[in-house]
Design a protein around this ligand. Sequence first.
Ligand code: ATP
Length: 209
Amino acid sequence: MMAAMAAEHLIVYGGSFDPVHVGHLIPALRAREILAADRVLFLPANRSPFKMKQHPGASGPQRLEMLRLAMVGVAGCAADERELHRAGPSYTVETLRELHAERPGVRLTLLLGADQLQMLHGWKGIGEILDMAAVAILPRMTGMAADFSSVRRHLGDATAKRLEAGLLATPLVGISATEVRARVRAGLSVRFWVPEGVAGFIAREGLYG
Ligand code: ATP
């Protein structure tokens, strides 16, 4: 008798990635190991619904290229450009629906930095998102522990408990894309803050200056 094949398990990791930095990469790849997932899909957003007023420093194609450069020779991750091809703000609920439609039986885990918890109840289709995917949370070194109080208040105890159980013990890498952009603007090196190939791309394209 043939053994049943385990369902493919994808980690869905969305963001601006403007630019991708080691604070994205180290925790996300560690999350893949902890969850024994097949792959981390990095999805650069066309526009984040929560960053609508901001102009990203780099274009969609540039952010995608930096993700690709970051992943050269790295197993278990991929950049997925679908959100860049959708007009308007990038809604995770649509991305999860598409992934389920394309890969029947796929197991999805949505990966979020802990800072996202404050606004999670405002995400379009949050109920459907929580039905379609497991959720794993990356702790972020923003001065406070992951705070589930706003999830509890708006989405209820059961959801807060479920998300708390998804908090991962990934390394704390206390940097943000905002800091990386600020360093470039100030003429400081971003060596080791971003992968070598990404640093080269930022310099060549004159980004964030
Ligand atoms: P910005 O500083 O421009 O707001 P960012 O560095 O926070 O950007 P995003 O691209 O907005 O990065 O984030 C994508 C995802 O990565 C989010 O879920 C965010 O919480 C998470 N993330 C970003 N930086 C870190 C970090 N240092 N550690 C853990 N998670 C992170």
